[in-house]
Design a protein around this ligand. Structure first.
Ligand SMILES: NC(=O)c1ccc[n+]([C@@H]2O[C@H](COP(=O)([O-])OP(=O)(O)OC[C@H]3O[C@@H](n4cnc5c(N)ncnc54)[C@H](O)[C@@H]3O)[C@@H](O)[C@H]2O)c1
Length: 276
């Protein structure tokens, strides 16, 4: 039996990372849209990989457990790439919290129970979370440590405390980073590592929905006025994921990596600074 890489989210970022890290492994691809999972499996299999598609909704613990069962029937799970998510222009506040925040937390928790000794994982957060002001030590700890089934009951995640879908997305992505810190401790008990990556604007179907959504001009200006002067590509996110998931990343766990062409730097201290 082969080692198994679980990929959740059969999108551009997830596929780019799987191509760098999944050779020689069984790649189990879970996506809410089975057609997306199948399309990625076709591309991977036609390029010499060994991938199988499973319809998976990460907002459901049951669905995650079924995915992990399938993965374990193929071999030992040595890698997790979580690139499943919905963006502010794609979904409601409730769905964003359920998928991006709760779903990611459950996936990290459940995979942490079965990941092979020495295994590694990355989950995709976002630069959007980095633009949100600090929440304070107490809120951070709640996001990091609250049992998964109680997370969506937290006061700071109630609808009256959330302005719009962008705010919900930012809270979800902040939570991802905090969960990764807490999970790194648990994963460490199995000598496994977990990190997060916070991409800036990366051209994918999800980013296209943002360009065409209510904040389209904001995002187009963001990449035009950031130090890189362009949006990123999924392959540039995979460059860092590959390092994190290889032995060269052996001392890196519980960390978040902002890869945004300098957009966040420009947002705080440069031309993208919002008017006060
Ligand atoms: N593209 C960007 O500019 C950008 C920037 C920052 C962060 N991100 C994050 O990167 C991750 C990957 O997005 P992408 O840009 O590759 O988008 P993408 O649209 O190419 O892929 C996202 C995939 O996630 C799947 N998905 C959505 N909800 C799901 C669910 N409940 N269960 C399982 N799968 C689900 C979608 O069907 C889709 O196939 C997301 O978490 C996103 O928030 C993207």
């Amino acid at each position: 039996m082969k080692d198994v890489l679980i990929l959740t989210g059969a999108g551009q970022i997830g596929m780019a990372i799987a191509r760098r890290t999944g050779y020689g492994k069984k790649i189990v691809v879970g996506d809410r849209k089975k057609e997306n999972a199948l399309a990625v499996c076709t591309i991977l299999n036609e390029a010499g990989f060994d991938a199988v598609a499973v319809e998976t909704d990460i907002s459901s613990r049951q669905s995650i457990l079924a995915l992990l069962d399938t993965a374990q029937s193929c071999g030992e799970v040595s890698m997790l790439v979580n690139a499943a998510g919905v963006s502010p222009s794609q979904a409601s506040i409730e769905t964003i919290l359920r998928v991006d925040l709760y779903g990611t937390a459950v996936l990290l928790e459940e995979t942490g129970k079965i990941i092979r000794e020495g295994g590694t994982g990355v989950t995709i957060s976002s630069q959007s979370g980095h633009r949100m002001p600090a929440l304070g030590a107490e809120a951070d700890e709640l996001l990091a440590m609250t049992p998964t089934e109680e997370l969506l009951g937290l006061d700071l995640l109630q609808p009256e405390n959330i302005r719009d879908t962008l705010h919900a997305y930012q809270l979800a992505k902040r939570c991802n980073v905090k969960r990764v810190m807490a999970e790194a401790v648990r994963w460490g008990n199995r000598k496994a590592r977990i990190n997060s990556i916070s991409p800036g604007i990366v051209v994918t179907p999800l980013a296209m929905d943002e360009f065409n959504g209510p904040r389209g001009d904001f995002y187009k200006n963001m990449f035009a006025a950031c130090p890189a002067g362009r949006p990123g590509t999924a392959d540039e996110i995979a460059n860092v994921a590959e390092l994190l998931m290889s032995d060269r990343g052996a001392f890196i766990t519980g960390s978040d990596f902002l890869i945004d062409g300098g957009a966040t730097a420009s947002y705080f201290y440069g031309p993208l600074r919002p008017e006060k």
